[in-house]
Write a protein that binds this ligand. Sequence first.
Ligand code: DAH
Length: 349
Amino acid sequence: MRERLEELRGEGLAAVEVASTEDDLREVEVGLLGRKGGITAALKALGKLPPEERPLIGQLANEVKVAIQGAIDVKRSTLGQAALSAELSGEGFDATLPGPALPGGGQHPIQAITRELEDLFLSMGFRIADGPEVELEENNFDALNIPTDHPARESHDTIWITPESQRQGDGRGVVLRTHTSPVQVRALREYGAPLRVVAPGRVFRQEALDATHEHTFHQMEGLVVDKGVGVGHMLHAMNTLIEGVMGRKLETRLRPGFFPFVEPGFELDARCPFCQDGCSVCKGSRWIELMPGGLVHPHVLESAGVDSSEYSGYAFGLGLSRIVMLRYGIDDIRWFMSGSLDFLRQFPA
Ligand code: DAH
């Protein structure tokens, strides 16, 4: 047994010595030390030896095992080093091969449409306005003719920053803006009249979430204030906008609608672009509700310091999220904020 073990040691070390690749090493390792290897077999056979010989032979078998494993480890690292330096020195390494392709990024569909619409409105002489997402109660509500006890506040499922116990009803509370309309007030105060702005951005509401309701979504506000502005101007801007988003003219109609910051107020519907005679998108009506708007309420002009006897204006609030859903046939608004790459990759740059 002793001789057999010494023989295995000699064989093993010699085999490691001549091994020139990782595969050779593996072979030695498995052949000697693996489950069916020679040394393993010797260790298993210990039990058949007379008891007094077992400790010594056992110790020897372990020594042989450790010696061979040690030699393999050393050789393995030498081979690895050699392979690396060969590669770095140019052998087997083609520096002219193209590198791995980097996956290209793309724009989020909301961002893409926002840019398109910004371009469209810039070309019509509008400016792009911006406002904070954390907004004063006064700009989000009061200055838009929605005072503290106005029922319209309830329809807005507001996410408050100011805790209920600290709200004074003085307009100084702080909210996550529930719509982009406060940018109307900010832009008017900053630039005065005459003015043409669009203001795209994120808005927030405390909603029960489902396929058409999300706590964070996107709108684009439009506001034009000048002398002699009327409903006809508003309708023209809205139709141009729809043509810009949907890529073609759609038949539209105005219905009366109520919003405290416009008078008169409207809802603009468009012919369902998906069917001739009713489908699930238009719920069989052949019309889809596209955007609200109206003539700016004199209170709004006055609260922003604009003389309402001299100026009038129109405003509209486009639901960007909704319009992107329509354009691409997206069936669930929650995709937009999901961060799902599978979703986003469908919109190449
Ligand atoms: N801000 C309103 C909302 O989010 C939408 C809206 C309605 C905006 C009428 C307007 C408008 O500018 O004129 O519910």
